[in-house]
Ligand binder design. Sequence first.
Ligand SMILES: *Cc1c(COP(=O)(O)O)cnc(C)c1O
Length: 393
Amino acid sequence: MSNFDLIKEKDESYVAHTYGRFPVAIKEGKGALCKDFDGKEYIDFSSGIGVNSLGFCDEGWVSAVTKQLTTLQHISNLYYTEPCTNAAKLLCEKTGMKKVFFSNSGAESNEGAIKCARKYSFEKYGEGRNKVITLVNSFHGRTVTTLAATGQDVFHKYFYPFTEGFVYAEANNIDALKNALDGSVCAVMMELIQGEGGVMPLDKAYVKEVEALCKENDIILIIDEVQTGVGRTGELFCFQNYDITPDIVTTAKGIGGGLPLGCVMFGEKTETVFGPSDHATTFGGNPVATAGAEYILNTMDEKFLGEVKAKGEYMREKILTMPHVEGIDGLGLMMGIRLSDGIKSADVVKKGIEYGALLLTAKAKVRLLPPLNIRYEEIDKGLEALEKALGDM
Ligand SMILES: *Cc1c(COP(=O)(O)O)cnc(C)c1O
């Protein structure tokens, strides 16, 4: 049996079957290039779903993480640690947000945000003002509460009873939001570019109106940047493209560069809502993960973010000339390729693997989330594989 067959057999015997996996086992990677157990090479246009923001095993990130790993790998949140405070300071300085709570994942970050919005409202207005408006087609996570927050019916089955208090409004429709806004609402939570929902950007005018409505009614505006955050869209956070000041911003995926880390960032209105024991986690703010985050945040200066935008433009221009491509949605290095001629995104992704590119789907679109420091040679090689895959459709 080949290495791959052995791994697959073991996986099927012992790992819960919650994932439909591709018939590939990745062994190692460097930059945007990885190899399977037969030595076949792939250009990674997926970053482990937006996680490896600096690609595989970036030298600076590895050295920051391993230095911390061999110094102090963990101590409880009962004590101060340096990497956690450094990462929080950088996040605040670079975003204008005021305080940071570290968690371990996107869903957990959103849970923290929802708890904070509800406590803010409870303390100020008392009971009964606890609903959260989210958008139709959104994705906010897999816990029982964040599934309820997710505005897609396919996620609302089996696991009843779901957490109460979520209402869904159509995206980019300000009247729908106004209709949902009554005295029982404490927060609006949304992604600025719906990721899992199909790389669907919100209109700037709509987002500005939502912000104004939230301000007027003292409703907490939560922006879920689990996928769009940490440089992905060419700004450190996507809300900086939209010229808004959210009350809470959540992120995860790219902030750890490959280690499990998420965070909730609080603005002026929300920075003091949580006091000791209102919210906590054992692993959150782990020194190793936050040492990596500190390195990543220091790397993402104006020049770096400018390159993310330039690389996004470069890729868009080339992809638009490829067969069956109708258009591209998204910002920076978050791209959703609209396909024509009834071609299925999953078929393109399967073909992409054959030609040596790791691609993603997002509903009907082919989604690309390359490492943010991908080199132009790597881009060209990955695009070649994408073009071949599209050509076969
Ligand atoms: C991936 C994602 C989540 C969930 O993150 P996990 O780390 O898988 O819990 C939440 N919101 C958005 C927008 C995401 O893309």
